[in-house]
Design a protein around this ligand. Structure first.
Ligand code: SF4
Ligand code: SF4
Length: 92
């Protein structure tokens, strides 16, 4: 059986990127959030920390919902891109 890495699997997907961010983050707790699990749990590296700010590169989001669950302060709210936009899973 051939096994694929997460990165290899993700590379099979395509996106129709919508112009507006569908990930709403209230950042008022991010500096105090020591472990910043959103950064480490997102499979597509959507979040990064630069100059004391949480950067959200929403274009590659696969809409899995993990970040919303792991944020200890419940500061992330996911919406979805408009119909026909966002991730297009190769295998449904
Ligand atoms: S996990 Fe939540 S509070 Fe922590 S850095 Fe990410 S969005 Fe901010
Ligand atoms: S929904 Fe999933 S892919 Fe999108 S930002 Fe959150 S953890 Fe990352």
């Amino acid at each position: 059986m051939i096994t694929m890495s997460i990165d290899e699997k993700l590379s099979l997907n395509t996106y129709k990127v919508y112009k507006e961010n569908h990930i709403i983050v209230n950042k008022d707790k991010c500096i105090a959030c020591i472990e910043k699990p959103c950064i480490y749990c997102c499979p597509t590296n959507t979040y990064s920390w630069e100059n004391d700010d949480l950067i959200i590169s929403f274009e590659g989001c696969v809409e899995c919902g993990t970040c919303e669950i792991v944020c200890p302060y419940k500061k992330i709210r996911l919406t979805y891109p408009p119909l026909g936009h966002g991730i297009i899973y190769r295998y449904g």
